[in-house]
Design a protein around this ligand. Structure first.
Ligand code: PLP
Length: 459
Protein backbone atom coordinates (compact mmCIF):
# COMPACT_ATOMS: atom_id res chain seq x y z
CA UNK A 1 0.00 0.00 0.00
CA UNK A 2 1.36 3.41 -0.96
CA UNK A 3 2.22 5.67 2.00
CA UNK A 4 3.94 9.03 2.38
CA UNK A 5 7.34 7.80 1.26
CA UNK A 6 8.34 8.66 -2.33
CA UNK A 7 9.56 6.00 -4.75
CA UNK A 8 13.08 7.38 -4.56
CA UNK A 9 14.70 9.21 -1.67
CA UNK A 10 17.62 11.34 -2.77
CA UNK A 11 19.92 13.34 -0.55
CA UNK A 12 21.49 16.64 -1.52
CA UNK A 13 25.26 16.74 -2.05
CA UNK A 14 25.57 18.63 1.25
CA UNK A 15 23.88 15.75 3.06
CA UNK A 16 26.51 13.27 1.86
CA UNK A 17 28.71 11.92 4.66
CA UNK A 18 31.80 13.98 5.48
CA UNK A 19 33.45 11.11 7.35
CA UNK A 20 33.50 7.33 7.05
CA UNK A 21 32.25 5.35 10.05
CA UNK A 22 34.72 2.89 11.55
CA UNK A 23 32.59 0.09 12.96
CA UNK A 24 35.58 -1.39 14.84
CA UNK A 25 35.56 1.52 17.27
CA UNK A 26 32.17 0.31 18.54
CA UNK A 27 32.81 -3.44 18.47
CA UNK A 28 33.00 -5.02 21.92
CA UNK A 29 35.80 -7.28 20.79
CA UNK A 30 38.10 -6.88 17.80
CA UNK A 31 38.66 -9.55 15.20
CA UNK A 32 41.79 -11.64 15.58
CA UNK A 33 44.96 -9.96 14.29
CA UNK A 34 46.47 -10.70 10.90
CA UNK A 35 49.47 -13.00 11.26
CA UNK A 36 52.68 -12.73 9.28
CA UNK A 37 52.87 -15.68 6.85
CA UNK A 38 56.57 -16.19 7.61
CA UNK A 39 56.72 -15.82 11.39
CA UNK A 40 53.12 -16.50 12.47
CA UNK A 41 53.35 -13.39 14.68
CA UNK A 42 50.76 -10.58 14.52
CA UNK A 43 51.42 -8.27 11.54
CA UNK A 44 52.61 -4.77 12.31
CA UNK A 45 52.42 -1.70 10.08
CA UNK A 46 55.91 -2.27 8.64
CA UNK A 47 54.99 -5.80 7.48
CA UNK A 48 52.21 -4.42 5.31
CA UNK A 49 53.96 -1.38 3.80
CA UNK A 50 55.70 -3.23 0.93
CA UNK A 51 52.27 -4.39 -0.29
CA UNK A 52 49.79 -1.66 0.65
CA UNK A 53 49.99 2.11 0.70
CA UNK A 54 50.66 3.72 4.07
CA UNK A 55 47.40 5.52 4.84
CA UNK A 56 45.40 2.43 3.96
CA UNK A 57 47.49 0.37 6.38
CA UNK A 58 46.81 2.98 9.06
CA UNK A 59 43.08 2.75 8.37
CA UNK A 60 43.34 -1.03 8.39
CA UNK A 61 44.84 -1.02 11.87
CA UNK A 62 42.66 1.75 13.29
CA UNK A 63 40.16 0.41 15.81
CA UNK A 64 39.73 3.53 17.92
CA UNK A 65 38.53 6.44 15.75
CA UNK A 66 34.78 6.18 15.18
CA UNK A 67 34.88 8.60 12.26
CA UNK A 68 37.61 9.17 9.70
CA UNK A 69 37.18 12.34 7.60
CA UNK A 70 36.70 11.81 3.86
CA UNK A 71 39.30 13.96 2.05
CA UNK A 72 37.78 16.70 -0.10
CA UNK A 73 39.24 15.25 -3.35
CA UNK A 74 37.45 11.97 -2.70
CA UNK A 75 34.21 13.79 -1.90
CA UNK A 76 34.54 15.61 -5.23
CA UNK A 77 34.84 12.29 -6.99
CA UNK A 78 31.87 10.90 -5.01
CA UNK A 79 29.79 13.90 -6.12
CA UNK A 80 30.00 12.70 -9.73
CA UNK A 81 27.81 9.68 -8.92
CA UNK A 82 26.63 10.04 -5.36
CA UNK A 83 24.50 10.31 -3.32
CA UNK A 84 22.88 7.09 -4.52
CA UNK A 85 19.12 6.71 -4.07
CA UNK A 86 17.19 4.66 -1.56
CA UNK A 87 14.27 3.20 -3.50
CA UNK A 88 10.96 2.05 -2.08
CA UNK A 89 10.10 -1.18 -3.90
CA UNK A 90 6.38 -0.44 -4.12
CA UNK A 91 6.01 -2.48 -7.31
CA UNK A 92 7.71 -5.51 -5.81
CA UNK A 93 5.58 -5.23 -2.64
CA UNK A 94 2.46 -5.14 -4.77
CA UNK A 95 3.58 -8.06 -6.91
CA UNK A 96 4.27 -10.14 -3.78
CA UNK A 97 1.10 -8.99 -2.03
CA UNK A 98 3.08 -8.51 1.16
CA UNK A 99 2.36 -6.12 4.02
CA UNK A 100 6.15 -5.71 4.40
CA UNK A 101 7.74 -2.43 3.34
CA UNK A 102 10.74 -3.04 1.14
CA UNK A 103 13.54 -0.55 0.48
CA UNK A 104 16.79 -0.92 -1.38
CA UNK A 105 19.90 1.19 -1.59
CA UNK A 106 20.99 1.21 -5.23
CA UNK A 107 24.74 1.38 -5.84
CA UNK A 108 24.72 0.52 -9.54
CA UNK A 109 24.07 3.92 -11.07
CA UNK A 110 27.67 4.65 -12.04
CA UNK A 111 29.45 3.34 -15.15
CA UNK A 112 31.35 0.65 -13.25
CA UNK A 113 27.92 -0.58 -12.18
CA UNK A 114 28.58 -1.32 -8.51
CA UNK A 115 29.45 -0.05 -5.04
CA UNK A 116 33.13 -0.86 -5.61
CA UNK A 117 33.83 2.64 -6.90
CA UNK A 118 33.45 3.98 -3.34
CA UNK A 119 36.61 2.24 -2.19
CA UNK A 120 38.43 2.44 -5.55
CA UNK A 121 38.33 6.24 -5.37
CA UNK A 122 39.69 6.27 -1.84
CA UNK A 123 42.46 3.77 -2.51
CA UNK A 124 43.65 5.57 -5.67
CA UNK A 125 43.63 8.90 -3.90
CA UNK A 126 45.90 7.66 -1.10
CA UNK A 127 48.23 5.89 -3.55
CA UNK A 128 48.56 9.12 -5.54
CA UNK A 129 49.14 11.12 -2.37
CA UNK A 130 51.98 8.78 -1.45
CA UNK A 131 53.63 9.58 -4.80
CA UNK A 132 53.18 6.11 -6.28
CA UNK A 133 53.15 5.44 -10.01
CA UNK A 134 50.43 2.82 -10.15
CA UNK A 135 48.47 0.05 -8.47
CA UNK A 136 47.84 -3.58 -9.29
CA UNK A 137 44.84 -5.70 -8.49
CA UNK A 138 42.75 -8.74 -9.37
CA UNK A 139 39.23 -8.74 -10.67
CA UNK A 140 36.70 -11.54 -10.93
CA UNK A 141 33.47 -10.53 -12.58
CA UNK A 142 35.16 -7.25 -13.49
CA UNK A 143 33.33 -4.72 -11.34
CA UNK A 144 36.32 -4.02 -9.13
CA UNK A 145 38.73 -3.73 -12.07
CA UNK A 146 36.33 -1.39 -13.85
CA UNK A 147 35.80 0.75 -10.77
CA UNK A 148 39.52 0.96 -10.19
CA UNK A 149 40.19 1.80 -13.83
CA UNK A 150 37.77 4.73 -13.55
CA UNK A 151 39.37 5.94 -10.32
CA UNK A 152 42.93 5.51 -11.69
CA UNK A 153 42.05 7.50 -14.81
CA UNK A 154 40.63 10.30 -12.64
CA UNK A 155 43.60 10.47 -10.25
CA UNK A 156 46.23 9.88 -12.96
CA UNK A 157 47.54 6.46 -11.86
CA UNK A 158 48.64 3.42 -13.87
CA UNK A 159 46.70 0.20 -13.33
CA UNK A 160 47.61 -3.46 -13.83
CA UNK A 161 44.64 -5.87 -13.58
CA UNK A 162 44.81 -9.67 -13.32
CA UNK A 163 41.38 -10.83 -14.41
CA UNK A 164 40.12 -14.34 -13.56
CA UNK A 165 40.49 -16.13 -16.90
CA UNK A 166 37.01 -17.59 -17.10
CA UNK A 167 35.53 -14.13 -16.46
CA UNK A 168 37.78 -12.55 -19.09
CA UNK A 169 36.45 -15.10 -21.57
CA UNK A 170 32.82 -14.72 -20.52
CA UNK A 171 32.94 -10.94 -20.30
CA UNK A 172 35.10 -9.47 -23.07
CA UNK A 173 33.14 -6.21 -22.81
CA UNK A 174 34.33 -5.74 -19.23
CA UNK A 175 37.90 -5.98 -20.37
CA UNK A 176 37.24 -3.41 -23.09
CA UNK A 177 35.79 -0.98 -20.53
CA UNK A 178 38.87 -1.30 -18.32
CA UNK A 179 41.17 -0.78 -21.29
CA UNK A 180 39.15 2.25 -22.38
CA UNK A 181 39.92 3.82 -19.01
CA UNK A 182 43.61 3.05 -19.55
CA UNK A 183 44.15 -0.18 -17.57
CA UNK A 184 46.42 -3.05 -18.66
CA UNK A 185 44.52 -6.35 -18.32
CA UNK A 186 46.02 -9.87 -18.13
CA UNK A 187 43.87 -13.01 -17.80
CA UNK A 188 44.86 -15.06 -14.73
CA UNK A 189 46.50 -17.51 -14.21
CA UNK A 190 49.11 -16.16 -16.60
CA UNK A 191 52.73 -17.00 -17.38
CA UNK A 192 53.80 -13.46 -16.41
CA UNK A 193 54.33 -14.25 -12.71
CA UNK A 194 55.88 -17.07 -10.64
CA UNK A 195 52.54 -17.56 -8.87
CA UNK A 196 50.67 -17.87 -12.17
CA UNK A 197 53.18 -20.30 -13.67
CA UNK A 198 52.97 -22.48 -10.57
CA UNK A 199 49.18 -22.60 -10.66
CA UNK A 200 49.19 -23.35 -14.41
CA UNK A 201 51.58 -26.24 -13.84
CA UNK A 202 49.42 -27.70 -11.05
CA UNK A 203 46.03 -27.08 -12.72
CA UNK A 204 46.45 -26.91 -16.51
CA UNK A 205 43.34 -25.58 -18.21
CA UNK A 206 41.96 -23.98 -15.03
CA UNK A 207 39.57 -21.06 -15.42
CA UNK A 208 41.30 -19.37 -12.51
CA UNK A 209 40.02 -18.02 -9.22
CA UNK A 210 40.13 -14.77 -7.32
CA UNK A 211 42.69 -16.26 -4.96
CA UNK A 212 45.16 -16.96 -7.74
CA UNK A 213 44.60 -13.59 -9.43
CA UNK A 214 45.36 -11.94 -6.07
CA UNK A 215 48.65 -13.84 -5.86
CA UNK A 216 49.65 -12.58 -9.30
CA UNK A 217 48.65 -8.99 -8.58
CA UNK A 218 50.60 -8.90 -5.31
CA UNK A 219 53.68 -10.35 -6.99
CA UNK A 220 53.42 -7.66 -9.67
CA UNK A 221 53.19 -4.88 -7.05
CA UNK A 222 56.10 -6.19 -5.03
CA UNK A 223 58.35 -6.60 -8.09
CA UNK A 224 57.55 -3.27 -9.75
CA UNK A 225 58.96 -0.02 -8.36
CA UNK A 226 56.33 2.60 -7.46
CA UNK A 227 53.46 0.10 -7.38
CA UNK A 228 51.27 -1.11 -4.54
CA UNK A 229 48.54 -3.68 -4.45
CA UNK A 230 44.91 -2.73 -3.81
CA UNK A 231 42.03 -5.00 -2.83
CA UNK A 232 38.36 -4.37 -3.53
CA UNK A 233 36.80 -6.23 -0.62
CA UNK A 234 37.49 -8.24 2.56
CA UNK A 235 39.89 -5.81 4.28
CA UNK A 236 38.79 -3.48 7.06
CA UNK A 237 39.65 -0.30 5.16
CA UNK A 238 37.37 -1.37 2.30
CA UNK A 239 34.50 -1.91 4.74
CA UNK A 240 35.33 1.52 6.15
CA UNK A 241 35.06 3.24 2.75
CA UNK A 242 31.81 1.41 2.00
CA UNK A 243 30.24 2.87 5.16
CA UNK A 244 29.07 5.75 2.92
CA UNK A 245 26.34 3.38 1.72
CA UNK A 246 24.86 2.86 5.16
CA UNK A 247 25.38 6.43 6.34
CA UNK A 248 23.51 7.76 3.29
CA UNK A 249 20.77 5.15 3.63
CA UNK A 250 20.21 6.06 7.26
CA UNK A 251 20.12 9.81 6.59
CA UNK A 252 17.60 9.21 3.79
CA UNK A 253 15.31 6.89 5.76
CA UNK A 254 15.50 9.05 8.90
CA UNK A 255 13.88 11.85 6.87
CA UNK A 256 10.73 9.77 6.67
CA UNK A 257 10.97 8.30 10.13
CA UNK A 258 11.67 4.87 8.67
CA UNK A 259 13.81 2.39 10.62
CA UNK A 260 14.48 -1.04 9.12
CA UNK A 261 13.73 -4.20 11.10
CA UNK A 262 15.78 -6.34 8.75
CA UNK A 263 18.91 -5.37 6.79
CA UNK A 264 20.04 -7.71 4.05
CA UNK A 265 23.08 -7.83 1.82
CA UNK A 266 24.84 -10.30 -0.39
CA UNK A 267 28.24 -11.31 0.91
CA UNK A 268 31.22 -12.21 -1.23
CA UNK A 269 34.07 -10.64 0.68
CA UNK A 270 31.64 -8.67 2.83
CA UNK A 271 32.18 -5.07 1.77
CA UNK A 272 28.77 -3.97 0.49
CA UNK A 273 26.94 -5.60 3.38
CA UNK A 274 29.53 -4.24 5.80
CA UNK A 275 28.97 -0.79 4.33
CA UNK A 276 25.19 -0.93 4.20
CA UNK A 277 24.78 -2.22 7.72
CA UNK A 278 27.43 0.08 9.25
CA UNK A 279 25.26 2.91 10.58
CA UNK A 280 22.61 0.47 11.82
CA UNK A 281 25.15 -1.89 13.36
CA UNK A 282 26.39 1.16 15.29
CA UNK A 283 22.93 1.37 16.87
CA UNK A 284 22.92 -2.34 17.64
CA UNK A 285 26.42 -2.33 19.14
CA UNK A 286 25.62 0.66 21.32
CA UNK A 287 22.23 -0.69 22.39
CA UNK A 288 20.11 1.99 20.68
CA UNK A 289 18.18 -0.39 18.44
CA UNK A 290 18.05 -4.05 17.60
CA UNK A 291 17.67 -4.59 13.85
CA UNK A 292 18.34 -8.00 12.33
CA UNK A 293 21.15 -8.46 9.78
CA UNK A 294 21.25 -11.17 7.12
CA UNK A 295 24.24 -12.05 4.93
CA UNK A 296 23.38 -14.02 1.79
CA UNK A 297 25.98 -16.10 0.00
CA UNK A 298 25.98 -18.56 -2.91
CA UNK A 299 25.41 -22.23 -2.08
CA UNK A 300 28.38 -23.04 -4.31
CA UNK A 301 30.80 -20.92 -2.26
CA UNK A 302 29.37 -21.06 1.28
CA UNK A 303 32.03 -19.58 3.55
CA UNK A 304 29.80 -18.30 6.40
CA UNK A 305 27.25 -21.13 6.39
CA UNK A 306 29.57 -24.09 5.88
CA UNK A 307 33.11 -22.78 6.28
CA UNK A 308 35.58 -23.05 9.14
CA UNK A 309 36.36 -20.20 11.53
CA UNK A 310 40.09 -20.40 10.99
CA UNK A 311 43.23 -18.61 9.96
CA UNK A 312 43.69 -18.84 6.22
CA UNK A 313 45.49 -17.16 3.37
CA UNK A 314 43.73 -14.45 1.44
CA UNK A 315 45.04 -15.88 -1.85
CA UNK A 316 45.95 -19.19 -3.46
CA UNK A 317 49.72 -18.86 -3.55
CA UNK A 318 49.89 -18.01 0.14
CA UNK A 319 51.56 -14.60 0.00
CA UNK A 320 49.02 -12.57 1.99
CA UNK A 321 48.98 -12.47 5.81
CA UNK A 322 46.96 -15.14 7.58
CA UNK A 323 43.51 -13.78 8.36
CA UNK A 324 41.07 -15.42 10.73
CA UNK A 325 37.82 -15.71 8.84
CA UNK A 326 35.03 -18.02 7.86
CA UNK A 327 36.65 -19.82 4.97
CA UNK A 328 36.21 -22.83 2.77
CA UNK A 329 39.96 -22.89 2.10
CA UNK A 330 42.09 -20.69 -0.13
CA UNK A 331 42.57 -23.59 -2.57
CA UNK A 332 38.84 -23.72 -3.27
CA UNK A 333 37.93 -23.07 -6.90
CA UNK A 334 34.17 -22.78 -7.46
CA UNK A 335 32.65 -25.13 -10.04
CA UNK A 336 32.96 -23.81 -13.62
CA UNK A 337 29.17 -23.66 -13.98
CA UNK A 338 29.03 -21.05 -11.22
CA UNK A 339 27.92 -17.82 -12.92
CA UNK A 340 26.47 -15.95 -9.99
CA UNK A 341 29.51 -14.09 -8.68
CA UNK A 342 30.60 -13.99 -5.03
CA UNK A 343 33.31 -16.58 -5.60
CA UNK A 344 35.75 -15.58 -2.88
CA UNK A 345 36.74 -18.39 -0.48
CA UNK A 346 36.85 -16.29 2.69
CA UNK A 347 35.03 -13.43 4.37
CA UNK A 348 35.84 -10.01 5.79
CA UNK A 349 37.37 -10.39 9.28
CA UNK A 350 34.95 -7.73 10.57
CA UNK A 351 31.90 -9.60 9.27
CA UNK A 352 33.43 -12.87 10.43
CA UNK A 353 33.71 -11.55 13.96
CA UNK A 354 30.21 -10.04 14.01
CA UNK A 355 28.77 -13.27 12.64
CA UNK A 356 30.71 -15.39 15.09
CA UNK A 357 29.49 -13.21 17.97
CA UNK A 358 25.87 -13.55 16.86
CA UNK A 359 25.18 -10.05 15.50
CA UNK A 360 24.56 -11.27 11.94
CA UNK A 361 22.85 -14.36 10.55
CA UNK A 362 23.65 -15.98 7.22
CA UNK A 363 21.99 -18.11 4.57
CA UNK A 364 23.11 -19.67 1.29
CA UNK A 365 21.10 -19.78 -1.95
CA UNK A 366 21.56 -21.80 -5.14
CA UNK A 367 22.07 -19.80 -8.32
CA UNK A 368 18.85 -20.87 -10.08
CA UNK A 369 16.83 -19.47 -7.19
CA UNK A 370 18.94 -16.33 -7.29
CA UNK A 371 18.20 -15.75 -10.98
CA UNK A 372 14.52 -16.46 -10.40
CA UNK A 373 14.49 -13.63 -7.85
CA UNK A 374 16.55 -11.43 -10.20
CA UNK A 375 14.09 -11.91 -13.04
CA UNK A 376 11.06 -11.24 -10.85
CA UNK A 377 12.73 -8.07 -9.57
CA UNK A 378 13.76 -6.84 -13.02
CA UNK A 379 10.25 -7.34 -14.37
CA UNK A 380 8.51 -5.33 -11.69
CA UNK A 381 11.11 -2.84 -10.42
CA UNK A 382 12.67 -2.18 -13.82
CA UNK A 383 16.33 -2.29 -12.76
CA UNK A 384 18.33 -5.24 -14.05
CA UNK A 385 20.16 -6.47 -10.96
CA UNK A 386 23.66 -7.93 -10.75
CA UNK A 387 23.63 -11.67 -9.97
CA UNK A 388 25.54 -10.88 -6.77
CA UNK A 389 22.93 -8.38 -5.60
CA UNK A 390 20.19 -10.82 -6.50
CA UNK A 391 21.21 -13.01 -3.57
CA UNK A 392 20.01 -10.15 -1.37
CA UNK A 393 16.84 -9.77 -3.44
CA UNK A 394 16.10 -13.45 -2.90
CA UNK A 395 16.38 -13.10 0.87
CA UNK A 396 14.34 -9.88 0.88
CA UNK A 397 11.56 -11.67 -1.01
CA UNK A 398 11.74 -14.58 1.44
CA UNK A 399 11.40 -12.21 4.39
CA UNK A 400 8.54 -10.35 2.70
CA UNK A 401 6.72 -13.62 2.04
CA UNK A 402 7.08 -14.58 5.71
CA UNK A 403 5.35 -11.29 6.55
CA UNK A 404 2.59 -12.19 4.12
CA UNK A 405 1.98 -15.37 6.11
CA UNK A 406 2.15 -13.78 9.55
CA UNK A 407 0.63 -10.42 8.65
CA UNK A 408 3.61 -8.58 10.11
CA UNK A 409 4.44 -5.19 8.56
CA UNK A 410 8.19 -5.38 8.82
CA UNK A 411 10.47 -2.86 7.14
CA UNK A 412 13.14 -4.52 5.04
CA UNK A 413 16.21 -2.75 3.67
CA UNK A 414 18.49 -4.53 1.25
CA UNK A 415 21.55 -3.59 -0.73
CA UNK A 416 21.20 -3.57 -4.50
CA UNK A 417 24.95 -3.49 -4.94
CA UNK A 418 25.04 -3.33 -8.73
CA UNK A 419 23.53 -3.75 -12.17
CA UNK A 420 23.64 -6.86 -14.32
CA UNK A 421 24.43 -5.41 -17.76
CA UNK A 422 27.72 -7.27 -17.98
CA UNK A 423 26.25 -10.55 -16.79
CA UNK A 424 24.08 -11.34 -19.75
CA UNK A 425 25.83 -14.66 -20.41
CA UNK A 426 24.62 -15.80 -17.01
CA UNK A 427 21.11 -14.47 -17.67
CA UNK A 428 21.17 -16.22 -21.05
CA UNK A 429 22.00 -19.50 -19.32
CA UNK A 430 19.14 -18.99 -16.93
CA UNK A 431 16.70 -17.96 -19.67
CA UNK A 432 17.56 -20.96 -21.83
CA UNK A 433 17.16 -23.36 -18.92
CA UNK A 434 20.79 -24.47 -19.07
CA UNK A 435 21.76 -23.03 -15.70
CA UNK A 436 22.64 -25.72 -13.15
CA UNK A 437 23.31 -25.56 -9.44
CA UNK A 438 26.42 -26.97 -7.97
CA UNK A 439 26.62 -27.47 -4.24
CA UNK A 440 29.87 -28.85 -2.86
CA UNK A 441 29.58 -32.02 -0.79
CA UNK A 442 30.81 -32.17 2.81
CA UNK A 443 33.60 -34.46 1.62
CA UNK A 444 34.78 -31.89 -0.91
CA UNK A 445 34.78 -29.17 1.69
CA UNK A 446 36.68 -31.44 4.11
CA UNK A 447 39.34 -31.94 1.43
CA UNK A 448 39.71 -28.18 1.13
CA UNK A 449 39.87 -27.67 4.90
CA UNK A 450 42.99 -29.84 4.85
CA UNK A 451 44.71 -27.04 2.93
CA UNK A 452 44.22 -24.57 5.81
CA UNK A 453 47.65 -23.44 7.00
CA UNK A 454 49.18 -25.00 10.11
CA UNK A 455 50.40 -22.21 12.34
CA UNK A 456 52.47 -23.35 15.34
CA UNK A 457 50.81 -22.39 18.61
CA UNK A 458 47.66 -21.13 16.84
CA UNK A 459 46.03 -23.92 14.84
C1 PLP B 1 31.95 -7.41 -5.89
C2 PLP B 1 30.53 -7.35 -5.76
C3 PLP B 1 29.87 -7.95 -4.68
C4 PLP B 1 30.58 -8.77 -3.65
O1 PLP B 1 31.53 -8.15 -2.88
P1 PLP B 1 31.30 -7.70 -1.39
O2 PLP B 1 32.63 -7.28 -0.93
O3 PLP B 1 30.78 -8.88 -0.63
O4 PLP B 1 30.34 -6.58 -1.42
C5 PLP B 1 28.51 -7.81 -4.59
N1 PLP B 1 27.80 -7.15 -5.51
C6 PLP B 1 28.38 -6.57 -6.58
C7 PLP B 1 27.54 -5.87 -7.58
C8 PLP B 1 29.77 -6.64 -6.73
O5 PLP B 1 30.34 -6.06 -7.78
Amino acid sequence: MKDNVPYKIYLTEDEMPKAWYNIKADMKEQHDPFLHPGTGKPCVREDMLPIFCGELVDQELNDTDRFIPIPEDIRSFYRMYRPSPVVRAYCLEQKLGTPAKIYYKFEGSNTSGSHKLNSAAAQCYYAKKQGLKGVSTETGAGQWGTALAMACAYFGMELKVYMVKISAEQKPARRAVMETYGASVTPSPSDTTDAGRKILAAHPGTGGSLGCAISEAIEFAVKNEGYRYVLGSVLDHVVLHQSVIGLEAKTALDKYGVYPDVIIGCAGGGSNLGGLMSAYMADKLTGKADPQFIAVEPASCPSLTRGRYAYDFGDTAGVTPFMRMYTIGSGYIPAPNHAGGLRYHGMSPILTKLYHDGYISARAVGQSKVFEAATLFARCEGTLPAPESSHAIHAAIEEAMKCKQTGETKTILFGLSGTGYFDMTAYQQYNSGSMTDYIPTDAELEENFKTLPKIPGVQ
